[in-house]
Design a protein around this ligand. Sequence first.
Ligand SMILES: Cc1cc2nc3c(=O)[nH]c(=O)nc-3n(C[C@H](O)[C@H](O)[C@H](O)COP(=O)(O)O)c2cc1C
Length: 322
Amino acid sequence: MTIGALKLLPPRSPPDFPDSLAIDVAGLHFPSPVGLAAGFDKDAEVPDAMLVLGFGFVEVGTVTPLPQAGNPKPRLFRLAEDQAVINRMGFNNAGQAAAIERLRRRKRRGIIGVNIGANKDSADRIADYAAGVRTMAPVADYLAINISSPNTPGLRGLQDEGALVELLGEVREARAEGGPPIFLKVAPDLETGDTERIVRVAIDMKIDALIVANTTVSRPPLKSRFAGEAGGLSGAPLKPFALQALRNFRVASGGAIPLIAAGGIAGANDAWERICAGASLVQLYSALVYEGPGLARRIADGLAERLRRSGMASIAEAVGTE
Ligand SMILES: Cc1cc2nc3c(=O)[nH]c(=O)nc-3n(C[C@H](O)[C@H](O)[C@H](O)COP(=O)(O)O)c2cc1C
């Protein structure tokens, strides 16, 4: 319903942000570090409307090579008492051909990342990612390789070292010379040693940034009656896990690869905390449910205020100062 309503909005220009919020990451110039996380606009129907709402960048998708229906409903649960969401959507999307058509028709500018995945019944998932890179690169300012959704069985196994080396090798080969930067989106539920291995492989394979993190399969104490639903948990209860994962990635990388934080960000304080913990950019989704469409703007304003108060001239100065 929200996407349907956003489609009816008259086209407008995105807001202007204070210069202090602009940051360059992976060769791209982001006017604000506050982005929309993947999964809201799966089929790239309303990226420009989301920029108008005040996001500095929008990640559409996950799109898979072929259309697929996703899991049976119900598959999305509001845990209002917990300010959380559980979803097991399962990459429902209209496929890459549909998304590329829409993105080609766009006239307006603004950073649009395309998050790509593999079809559930694909015989060769790595080939799906390579195909996704080839197909979507021409319309993407960056590509996000999503191997961290808990809702496609076995997908997160691609985070294991051997599989990851093979996957990222294929992905890099599929990206033509001069193609868009490639970001890798990881899960917050990693075992000891995984973080270091992922960082090492990502740097070796010249990945441009890491998105930390996707939803969690863990279940901290929750109040809602939907607490026991299967799927990925996001929103407020994810926050401590996502923040810890970010800190682990910062320690493991020492700033050698840009980090993009996601998970439970619901206000300017959360965004500032992630930036100080090492994130160059932040993304959010679940908090929109509880905070409403003005959230990205409010966070941008709050970050600009934080910079002023701390006497810093730019977001880049604050990154990793924790
Ligand atoms: C309903 C829903 C669908 C999602 N779908 C995707 C997806 O298709 N691809 C992806 O990489 N992440 C997806 N995510 C994860 C978000 O992009 C984000 O990483 C996660 O929700 C943590 O941020 P949040 O706490 O601000 O929501 C989805 C999240 C939700 C709540």
